[in-house]
Design a protein around this ligand. Sequence first.
Ligand SMILES: [Zn+2]
Length: 180
Amino acid sequence: MDLLSKEDFFSKEMLGILDEALPVAEESVADFYKMSTSRWGRLRYDVKTAALLFDHEHVKGAYAQVMRYVAMPWQCSTSASAFTVYRICLQDKAILQRMREDERLLSLPFLTFILVHELVHVVRFSKHLQLFDASIEARIREELRVQEITDSLARKITIAGMDAVRSFFSDSGGLGVDLF
Ligand SMILES: [Zn+2]
């Protein structure tokens, strides 16, 4: 991982916008997959920004990526008690850089779009609609599918600036090289 400076991490203001974006993205994805609040609550995932990522969770050329971990309850060693946890790893530097380069991209719609995309990945993994360990061809197909779903969901989210974000992603062909 390259050395990051203070400007490469979300500011307090950006973290506040992230707090606004997350429930909007969650509601949109839960609604699309017709998941009740309790079913959604059983989906194990967290969202981390760069300051809280491990070295291997940083990735170049993407705005975010999903990691999958198998967790074991404390003092349990049987694999039957293991469960899967997904982590959405936001790449602050890439997100901030892109917004600096393209002033049409406002932080609330931009973050919301990225979160919708990553949450669609998480739900599809959890429903086994997509294997996490897939071939590169399958990953590319999955990205296109997820991008299509994300765009259709984002179209229904009424946040100022979402249209510009949608056209940015459709012109640039998706979320960079996240491939999950
Ligand atoms: Zn993706």
